[in-house]
Design a binder for this molecule. Structure first.
Ligand SMILES: [Ca+2]
Ligand SMILES: [Ca+2]
Length: 179
């Protein structure tokens, strides 16, 4: 499956026409150092009380230390029967286990959280991001399924600006090396 961020990345910029090549070139952006993490649900056919990816918490591991998601900058939680619509349940340290359900359900493909890890904490190549999605990896006895998600990094709130980082399912860890 190709996620929306991968598709956005592929759509890229059109080739520069020679007729406009004498206009001032845009300064290339310094790599890395993005403010926000986009966590995008890729679960197809999601429904029910815990529709889509069930996010307990998100951890950013940097050379300077570990940071839990601190603020929801923007969100879209879907699902008519979704009972886990409080996005703050995805913030802070892990507090769900197999009996306690303090997570936010993104509701299926199209649902997302845009997260900040705190003032001045950026997302850079070399970081490791762990998404704690409540499923069979976290709770093997529960019968819960691991749901598919994708992450990207961006400044501001325009999802079109997201730079693809990677995708996984359930409780997954991704090394950042695409920024
Ligand atoms: Ca779910
Ligand atoms: Ca939580």
């Amino acid at each position: 499956m190709i996620g929306i961020l991968a598709m956005l990345a592929c759509s890229g910029s059109p080739p520069v026409d020679s007729a406009v090549s004498d206009t001032a070139p845009q300064e290339p952006r310094e790599p890395g150092s993005y403010e926000h993490l986009l966590l995008f649900d890729l679960t197809s056919g999601a429904g029910g009380r815990t529709a889509g990816a069930d996010i307990d918490s998100v951890l950013l591991n940097k050379p300077s230390g570990d940071y839990w998601a601190a603020t929801v900058v923007d969100e879209l939680l879907l699902g008519a029967d979704n009972e886990h619509l409080d996005s703050s349940h995805a913030l802070g340290e892990r507090d769900s286990d197999c009996e306690t359900n303090v997570f936010a359900s993104l509701g299926g493909a199209g649902g997302y959280l845009l997260l900040s890890f705190g003032e001045g904490i950026t997302i850079d190549n070399g970081d490791i991001i762990t998404v704690f999605e409540v499923g069979s990896v976290m709770c093997p006895e529960s019968g819960a399924s691991d749901e598919l998600w994708e992450i990207g990094a961006m400044d501001g709130t325009d999802l079109n600006d997201a730079q693809y980082i990677g995708q996984s399912w359930g409780m997954g860890e991704i090394s950042v090396n695409t920024l």
